[in-house]
Design a protein around this ligand. Structure first.
Ligand code: ACO
Length: 332
């Protein structure tokens, strides 16, 4: 049987920085409020004309280079995004594939909001374990500034732009393999976090361009409570089911939405601060890109070593959530 190994990581953050100070000149908010409630100090914003796929290509190129796998051997490309280059088609994955010169691969996007990276990791794992694919490029890429309402202080303080990517490859060495992945969704909570306009469910006339702008809306406080409850249960379950103790986790890499959510889940697992990866202060919430951007951060700081065990967890619109137990397994 083939197993799936997490071979490499890459990420890209645009140069432009939007600080809490900057936001306090745009909406009724303060650096103190944002820092205290979210832990975010600044976020990155894509340049004018820079697309989600442009950022995805930067991250993917690094992941490919670091994997030691020839570009031509990649047979599938999956992109997790809620801010695609084009709504509906073509998929951002096909655009990224084309920009990378990969024009004979299976390529598609998935929409699972902030849980997107855990979802595409599970899809890559399943395709590899079934023997259908050998080297899968997965990308979480977001230009959330394109779907953020900068007059809504409840959401605009949270989101930023960026991309992260990884190469997942077949191996017959079980010690290198991704151990387990949980993915889940509960549409009962669909209205907590949505882009209500622009789709076939929009209450507006389809020709009313203005009313159909795809801005995100969120009931933040309710989302927060479901996130803490669901994530805490999910990470405890995945550890118990795989008979792994929380002290055996080298890096807990949660979705970077709010340091209070991260802290609540980390405390429930009795994790030490040095086990918890936190990038929310500098990138904010980059949805599907946030986990691979955080993994890339520890990789570039020299903290992520071959054989380290990562616990990933994520939560987002849908509502969706998931967790994964992933050893870092670069080719030796
Ligand atoms: N500045 C100042 N005051 C604000 C701001 C702001 N930016 N935003 C809201 N407030 C006010 C509210 O109006 C409210 O005022 P009131 O008490 O007079 O009514 C007060 O602050 C408290 O508001 P809450 O919404 O209860 O604040 P909360 O502590 O819940 O923090 C936050 C809000 C940061 C959004 C938090 O709820 C959160 O992080 N939620 C989870 C987000 C998340 O994880 N989303 C899922 C992933 S995102 C995705 O999938 C794309």
């Amino acid at each position: 049987m083939a197993y799936a190994a997490f071979r490499s990581i890459g990420a890209y953050a645009p140069a432009d920085i939007l600080t809490n100070e900057d936001l306090s000149k745009m909406v009724d908010t303060t650096d103190e409020w944002i820092t205290k409630r979210t832990g975010i100090k600044e976020r990155r914003i894509a340049a004018k004309g820079q697309t989600t796929s442009d950022m995805g290509v930067e991250a993917a190129s690094l992941a490919i280079e670091r994997s030691g796998i020839a570009k031509e051997d990649i047979d599938m490309v999956i992109c997790a995004t809620i801010s695609p280059d084009y709504f509906c088609m073509p998929s951002t994955a096909t655009i990224i594939s084309n920009k990378l010169g990969l024009n004979n691969v299976t390529a598609f996007d998935i929409s699972a909001a902030c849980t997107g990276f855990v979802y595409i990791l599970s899809i890559a794992k399943a395709f590899i374990e079934s023997g259908m694919k050998k080297n899968v490029l997965i990308i979480g890429a977001e230009k959330l500034s394109a779907i953020t309402d900068y007059s809504d202080r409840g959401t605009c303080i949270l989101f930023g732009d960026g991309a992260g990517a990884a190469i997942i490859s077949a191996t017959d060495d079980k010690s290198e393999a991704i151990i387990d992945i949980h993915t889940a969704a509960d549409g009962t909570y669909a209205d907590l976090l949505m882009t209500p306009n622009g789709g076939s469910g929009s209450i507006h006339d389809s020709l009313d361009q203005e009313a159909n702008s795809c801005f995100m809306q969120m009931k933040g406080n309710e989302t927060f409570k479901v996130a803490v409850r669901t994530l805490t249960k999910d990470v405890i379950d995945i550890l118990e089911q795989n008979k792994i103790q929380s002290q055996d986790i080298t890096h807990f890499v949660p979705h970077q939405a709010n340091y209070r959510i991260i802290k609540a889940v980390g405390d429930a697992l009795k994790l030490k601060d040095e086990q918890v990866v936190m990038t929310v202060e500098k990138y904010g919430n980059t949805s599907g890109a946030s986990i691979p951007m955080a993994i890339n951060d520890i990789y570039e700081q020299g903290k992520l070593k071959s054989g380290d065990l990562m616990l990933l967890d994520a939560f987002g619109g849908g509502l969706t959530w998931g967790s994964a137990l992933v050893p870092f397994s670069p080719i030796k």
